[in-house]
Design a protein around this ligand. Structure first.
Ligand code: C2E
Ligand code: CA
Ligand code: CA
Length: 779
């Protein structure tokens, strides 16, 4: 991901595009150059045709010159024939008058004119003062002319004209025989016009060409660079130079002199012009191409790449950040990138929606659309950060599990929705928020100064609101709720603890019958801890039974004992008030009572074995213990198992436990008594004890509570109350045991007022079995 930062890829792309443009520019330049070369070559390909044509034109000119010289030779030869006759007949003076020949000659474009004899020896020089007749070259011309003249075809005609070459020069030569009567005396007119510089200048002037006459040096035909072109029945040799083209063609000479060539030098104008023009044109095209490419690159950079970079930056922001409020600016162009921009904006929109949905799902309970635990935790943290006090109400529906299990989840869900709807009304107060944290558990947070009265009123109102008949699919269900309340910052500064505490307080409400609220306190925590340990305590044999002796006044003996349970925990001994109420709620009391029962029976067994067959142990029987199915059978079985008579066992029952389900309990107690087990009414004098009630109860003994005996030795009234109680019990044929007796004075008074049995620290505290046995032996 190295390059993804800030348009790294785009920079790469820009470089690539630049590279493409540079490559295209170079390749197109090369192609233009090659194309230009080709065009130049094509354009100048006519040179090889044009050169010989021009040369031929020059040759034609020269041929014309030859013809002229020939005809002049003929004309003047004939003139000479005539002048001869005139000279012979009229004298030389007359000739002038008749034909003014000298003047004509003078006028004619003749360089040299000779009169030669039959043997072509010079008789007379008519024109050409600078001609040296003795010159080898002149002699050569004349010798060749003689041979040519003697050729058959010329001999008949008597004249010829053409080019005769010598070592020095080429010449146009015209010869005409001047016939006489005696052919032996024949002479010849010879015109020699040297093809010299002057001549060529003249020709060049006429043709407008640049022509030279050069003597063959064999190099022309052998030069490999020279191209031979045959045109107009003639061989042309073309030599291409950089700037010019040379065309050579042989001079047709009549004699046997050396070969001379005409050389026409043509500048390669077409080619040069073509080169110049095409080069300029290609140069311009190349520059235009470069400019176009640069402009195109800049255009792409601005109109495409810059926009892509912009898109890239925005996309980067979206991918790296959490801000989805981003939107791409819609651009003024109407092209694919604009479409992409629009599409991306649509995508961002959908993303935002999607994220919002996700956020909703993450923060809400989809069933009830209340906020969920996450959002609640967030809200609580917020309150804490703002130093706001608040109360947290943990609500759990009573018996919801039953409804869910028996009527199905659909009904359960519908019920939860309706409950949520009831609760939602509280959110009209902006200080209240409500969340469902799972199952049938709701948490209500109410911010504001924590005032216990207000909180309790609020809790109560919620319970009342929730406790109603909900109808679902034509059925009606009554719902109650249990509630626990924890307070911030009073109970804890930590939200997890606060939730836990409210849960514990709720649990308390539930344990106490539900449809209640409880504000958390530290004791709940303790009892919770105990409750958790209680489960394992029986299995781990952590309970021990202590026995408190019961003294019989009439025979001054210990006649029995009350079995009282103790819990030896890691942290020391726990007394019943710490765990019995809890065990009663959790139901663990059944196991505890059962354990105590067995221990008590085995103690009885021991003392019966020792001969004390009247010895008994009374055990405290909780309501749950009594309400077990087949309770009688269970007890009988236990007694039988250790072979202990039913008379050795007494059951202590408190009044409030009987009241709860009086009919059932009274029936049970009757059955218990029927099999010979004595029933003791425990803690008499506390609560709503009334003799009217006692009258009808199937009991044998009343245990007067310690609280009634406290001041009995000083307080006459207290004494008389107890005295009355005892006498009334006796009237009802009930025995009386006074418990919690600590002083001798109390013992004395109890004796005085006819109490039957006494139990209390005065005789002994409850003792572990071994110590109890020792105490009993020694008493
Ligand atoms: P209780 O049945 O009224 O038991 C008598 C309580 O008075 C015992 O307390 C005993 O230790 C205490 N006591 C006896 N003499 C004196 C005295 O002279 N002065 C004072 N201050 N107290 C005296 P304990 O053992 O703490 O038991 C408390 C209660 O727990 C019992 O009250 C009984 O209701 C219940 N309990 C004890 N063991 C069991 C049991 O195994 N099963 C059930 N269901 N309840 C039990
Ligand atoms: Ca008792
Ligand atoms: Ca008692």
């Amino acid at each position: 991901m190295k390059n993804s930062s800030k348009g790294g890829y785009i920079i790469k792309l820009m470089r690539k595009i630049a590279l493409i443009f540079i490559t295209v520019t170079i390749i197109s330049s090369i192609l233009y150059y090659a194309l230009g070369k080709k065009i130049i070559n094509v354009a100048s390909s006519g040179e090889l045709d044009r050169g010989p044509g021009r040369t031929n034109a020059v040759i034609k000119q020269i041929e014309g010159e030859i013809k002229k010289i020939t005809s002049q030779a003929r004309e003047f030869g004939e003139n000479f024939e005539i002048t001869d006759k005139i000279d012979n007949e009229y004298g030389v003076e007359e000739r002038k008058r008749i034909i003014n020949i000298e003047k004509k000659i003078e006028k004619a474009s003749i360089t040299n004119m000779l009169i030669v004899n039959n043997n072509f020896e010079v008789n007379d020089i008519i024109k050409g003062t600078n001609l040296d007749i003795n010159n080898i070259d002149t002699q050569d011309i004349l010798n060749q002319a003689k041979d040519i003249m003697n050729k058959k075809e010329n001999k008949g005609k008597g004249f010829f004209g053409g080019v005769i070459t010598t070592k020095e020069l080429s010449n146009i030569v015209g010869v005409k025989r001047i016939n006489t009567e005696n052919s032996k005396d024949n002479t010849y007119t010879v015109i020699i016009n040297p093809i010299n510089e002057v001549f060529m200048e003249n020709i060049n002037e006429i043709t407008g060409r640049n022509i030279e006459i050069i003597k063959d040096n064999e190099s022309i035909k052998n030069d490999k660079k020279i191209k031979k072109v045959t045109l107009y029945g003639r061989d042309f040799y073309c030599k291409l130079n950089e700037e010019s083209i040379d065309i050579f063609t042989k001079f047709e000479s009549l004699g046997n002199g050396p070969e001379y060539y005409i050389k026409l030098r043509d500048d390669r104008q077409v080619r040069n012009n073509a080169t110049k023009n095409i080069s300029t044109l290609i140069g311009i095209i190349m520059i235009l191409t470069i400019i176009c490419n640069v402009l195109l690159y800049i255009f792409i950079k601005i109109k495409v790449l810059a926009r892509i970079i912009n898109i890239n930056n925005v996309v980067n922001k979206v991918t790296k950040g959490t801000d989805l409020e981003i939107e791409l600016q819609n651009d003024i162009y109407n092209d694919e990138i604009s479409v992409l921009t629009g599409d991306l904006n649509k995508m961002f929109g959908r993303l935002k929606k999607y994220a919002n949905n996700l956020e909703y799902i993450g923060s809400h309970d989809l069933l009830t659309s209340l906020i969920n635990r996450n959002k609640l935790t967030e809200y609580i943290s917020e309150l804490k950060n703002n130093n706001e006090e608040f109360a947290l109400f943990f609500i759990d529906l009573d018996n919801f599990k039953n409804i869910n299990d028996t009527l199905g989840h659909n009904v359960g869900d519908e019920l939860l929705c309706q409950v949520a709807k009831e609760l939602k009304e509280y959110t009209e107060n902006e200080n209240v928020i409500i969340s469902r944290i799972g199952g049938d558990e709701f948490i209500v947070v109410r911010k504001g100064k924590n005032n216990n009265d207000e909180i309790e009123r609020f809790a109560n109102s919620m319970l009342i609101k929730l406790n109603k008949i909900y109808s679902i699919k034509n059925y009606s269900y009554e719902i109650k709720a249990s509630m626990g309340i924890s307070l911030y910052p009073q109970h804890s500064a930590d939200e997890v603890s606060l939730m836990q505490y409210s849960d514990i307080a709720m649990y308390h409400s539930k344990k106490n019958g539900g449809n209640k609220y409880n504000i958390f306190n530290k004791k709940m925590l303790e009892s919770l801890e105990i409750e958790n340990k209680l489960k394992n305590a029986i299995r781990n044999e952590e309970f021990e039974v202590y026995y408190q002796p019961i003294y019989c006044i009439s025979n001054n003996k210990i006649i029995g004992a009350e079995a009282l349970v103790r819990w030896k925990t890691e942290d020391g001994m726990l007394y019943p008030d710490k765990f019995i109420p809890l065990a009663k709620k959790t139901g663990d009391i059944v196991d505890i009572d059962m354990f105590v029962l067995r221990q008590a029976i085995s103690l009885c067994r021991e003392w019966i074995d020792k001969g004390k067959d009247q010895f008994y142990v009374s055990i405290n029987a909780s309501k749950r213990f009594l309400k077990q199915n087949n309770f009688i059978e269970i007890i009988e079985k236990e007694l039988k198992y250790q072979n202990v008579p039913t008379s050795a066992l007494k059951l202590e029952i408190t009044e409030d436990e009987i009241i709860d389900d009086a009919e059932y309990t009274e029936k049970l107690l009757k059955e218990i008594r029927k099999i010979g087990i004595g029933v003791y009414l425990d803690d008499f004098g506390t609560g709503y004890s009334s003799f009217n009630h006692i009258k009808t109860l199937p009991i044998d003994v009343v245990k007067i509570d310690r609280s009634l005996l406290i001041n009995i030795e000083e307080d006459i009234e207290a004494k008389s109350i107890v005295e009355t109680m005892i006498s009334l019990c006796h009237k009802l044929k009930l025995k009386v045991v006074c418990e919690g007796v600590e002083e001798l004075a109390q013992v004395e008074i109890l004796k005085q007022i006819n109490c039957d049995d006494i139990q209390g620290y005065y005789f002994s505290k409850p003792l572990p079995k071994q110590l109890f046995n020792k105490f009993l032996e020694e008493f």
